[in-house]
Ligand binder design. Structure first.
Ligand code: FAD
Length: 419
């Protein structure tokens, strides 16, 4: 077996999806090399963002398959399931203490506990074999190289490195370069922009206002969503329903807290403390994009856009395939569920170890792998389509003129269904 070259698996992107995939593949005994190519220069190069809740049917299952559930439990904040919804006059419309029930027994799934994104990422990073991640590799292109019917893929990075792979997974987020090899479609602006700010060591009034979990204040074209993170940090998203150019036309919103506060005229003074108490150096404005619905990936989803056979060894997962607004809190969960499913598909195609010593055998293996990847994609698409619609609907209700009324009704229905 050692004389047979291993299958070269290239994962582009070290987000939660790419890392989970690599971890599960490395747990198996498949005859393959698994490499991640990541644009960031190091694990600490960029702020990773706020808190996430892992859902029992997706994110938590993926952590279990990755044999990292016990590690996850060390950081999981079950009390973070609490949620409050207010209007701009500080009237409470919904208040649910977290957790919804007692935390599940050790090793069991349940609830929707929170974990900081950095903690989740560190657990996954620490679980990988040394040298799995190639930092500072910003993918520019993937092109198929076909020899005697055998597809290989040439990946070219901005640092001029080129690598050849047999299977390529685009886990490279909303603006995926891998995706552009297969379909031209791009995410579209959702109509909402966020300004992220961070409160460190919050005063007790702000701390009490936010509580142990999530606080959402909704009032038509303006919302504030505040989330408790670990280490006495509260992360706040000031959401503006505005044109895609609004943040560019108002650069001061990326620079000063008072400019952000001015967007919330007429709001109860106690709520504005969520802006005033923030670190003035923490401001990050961002436009929120989502994949169009129906989802354009996989291309078999759209008549007339079939994939070229030479691209059969490429697939996508997570935001690269189906980015959506954060209003359903599903993005990380879907990316990790995709990773767990894709890993099983790839492992299945590689067991028993195929004999890849000749072109004919490699073409046969390629067909087997292609079949496995397409089955994975249809499962991913079915799951993500439902959540993409849910997320779009939540955004409409949360930022509607009558907010928070319709959104609260929807949340109550979901919470009751969860029990
Ligand atoms: C403000 C905000 C709040 C959110 N809140 C939540 C939440 O509460 N719950 C939740 O489940 N989801 C949330 N999401 C969504 C969630 O962040 C994403 O769905 C999730 O991170 C997707 O994981 P991923 O691995 O597919 O992609 P990403 O996390 O985007 O990772 C992609 C990786 O690929 C790398 N990369 C990109 N381009 C290249 C390239 N050309 N070459 C090499 N590497 C590249 C990036 O640097 C990155 O490391 C939120 C999103 C936003 C914007």
């Amino acid at each position: 077996m050692s004389s047979i070259p291993p299958v070269r698996i290239a994962i582009v992107g070290a987000g939660p999806g790419g890392l989970t995939l690599a971890r599960i593949l490395q747990l198996s005994d498949i005859h393959a090399t698994v490499d991640i190519y990541e644009r960031d220069l190091s694990a600490t190069y960029r702020q990773q963002g706020g808190s996430l809740d892992l859902h029992p049917e997706s994110g938590q299952v993926a952590m279990k398959v990755a044999q990292l559930f016990a590690e996850f439990r060390k950081y999981a904040r079950y009390e973070g399931e609490g949620m409050k919804i207010l209007d701009k006059d500080a009237k409470v419309w919904l208040s649910v203490d977290g957790p919804l029930g007692p935390p599940p027994a050790e090793g069991e799934y349940g609830g929707r506990p929170e974990i900081d994104r950095t903690q989740l990422r560190d657990i996954l990073l620490d679980s990988l074999k040394p040298s799995t991640i190639h930092w500072g590799h910003n993918l520019q292109s993937v092109i198929p190289v076909v020899t005697e019917g055998v597809n290989e893929y040439k990946l070219t990075f901005a640092n001029e490195v080129q690598v050849i792979a047999d299977v390529v997974i685009g886990a490279d987020g909303a603006w995926s370069r891998v995706r552009t090899a297969i379909i031209p479609d791009k995410p579209v602006y959702t109509g909402v922009s966020f300004i992220d700010i961070t409160i460190r060591n919050p005063p007790s009034t702000v701390s009490d206002l936010v509580g142990p979990g999530l606080l959402g204040i909704f009032a038509g074209s303006r919302s504030i969503i505040a989330q408790r993170n670990a280490n006495d940090i509260i992360r706040v998203y000031a959401a503006l329903r505005e044109s895609p150019d609004y943040l560019d036309e108002h650069p001061e919103l990326g620079k000063s807290l008072s400019s952000i506060e001015a967007e919330f005229k007429g709001w109860h003074h106690s709520l504005l403390d969520l802006i005033r108490a923030a670190d003035p150096n923490s401001i990050i404005p961002r436009k929120i994009y989502a994949a169009p619905i129906p989802l354009p990936y996989p291309p078999s989803n759209k008549a007339g856009s079939e994939r070229q056979p030479s691209l059969s060894g490429i697939t996508l997962l997570g935001d690269a395939a189906h980015t959506m607004s954060p209003f359903a809190g599903e993005g990380v969960n879907l990316a990790m569920a995709d990773a767990a499913d894709l890993a099983q598909s790839i492992i299945g195609a590689l067991q028993p170890t195929p004999d890849l010593s000749g072109a004919k055998a490699r073409v046969e293996f390629q067909q087997l792998m292609s079949h496995a990847l397409r089955i994975f994609e249809s499962k991913m698409e079915a799951r993500a389509s439902v959540k993409a619609e849910e997320s779009a609907r939540n955004l409409e209700l949360a930022m509607a003129e009558d907010a928070p009324a319709g959104f609260v009704e929807r949340l109550k229905a979901f919470r009751l269904a969860d029990k």
